[in-house]
Write a protein that binds this ligand. Structure first.
Ligand SMILES: Cc1cc2nc3c(=O)[nH]c(=O)nc-3n(C[C@H](O)[C@H](O)[C@H](O)COP(=O)(O)O)c2cc1C
Length: 178
């Protein structure tokens, strides 16, 4: 299976990245290929709702940026993983900017893929993560994908906070179990 990970974290050695690495190790152990897009380090212009992508002429998005690479990766993937630190009770802006750009590529990515969500946050409260989980499920439903797993790492501001928890093992198993 081909797996594409969209990571919103701007921390190359943060909690989200650590969980992605565990997930990827598990996925590779099961023979899957993994392609990771660190979108915080890519050039992605926010959608300006110009609607060029929806016009009959099919001129496509007015922005020729790194979204082209991501679109190709998503179209080719059997499973798409959203990974994000929680910023103000939601996925971070870096990742949401990419998802907004799906507006122009929906026909090429709506292929019944599997999908997963991996999050990391400082808080220990269910109320902190509930909006993100709900948003994710709504996006998956809209795109006609199939959610096959959600991992929410509570109380993990830094990778050190993962010590003594099951989150790294759970991330590995999420990947291995695909
Ligand atoms: C702008 C900003 C907003 C944040 N908002 C929240 C929040 O609402 N709830 C929370 O639990 N943690 C919040 N955090 C903490 C991060 O979610 C947490 O440190 C995360 O694990 C770190 O991300 P990383 O994996 O990219 O290192 C916020 C951090 C930043 C920088």
């Amino acid at each position: 299976m081909k797996i594409a990970i969209l990571s919103g974290s701007p921390h190359k050695n943060g909690t989200t990245t650590r969980l992605i690495e565990c997930f990827s190790d598990g996925a590779k152990a099961s023979g899957h290929s993994v392609r990771r897009f660190d979108v915080a380090f890519m050039n992605i212009h926010p959608c300006t709702a110009c609607d060029a992508c929806h016009r009959d002429e099919h001129t496509g998005c007015i922005f020729q940026d790194d979204m082209t690479k991501i679109a190709a990766g998503l179209a080719d993937a059997d499973c798409i993983v959203f990974a994000t630190p929680i910023y103000y009770f939601g996925m971070n802006g870096q990742l949401k900017t990419v998802i907004d750009r799906f507006y122009g590529i929906e026909p090429t990515i709506r292929k019944g893929q599997k999908s997963m969500l991996i999050t990391a946050m400082s808080d220990n409260s269910e109320a902190t993560i509930a909006p993100t989980n709900e948003t994710y499920k709504s996006i998956v439903k809209w795109l006609e994908w199939n959610n096959v797993g959600i991992l929410n790492a509570y109380g993990c501001e830094t990778p050190n906070d993962l010590k003594g928890t099951d989150y790294e093992a759970n991330a590995y198993e999420l990947g291995r179990g695909l």
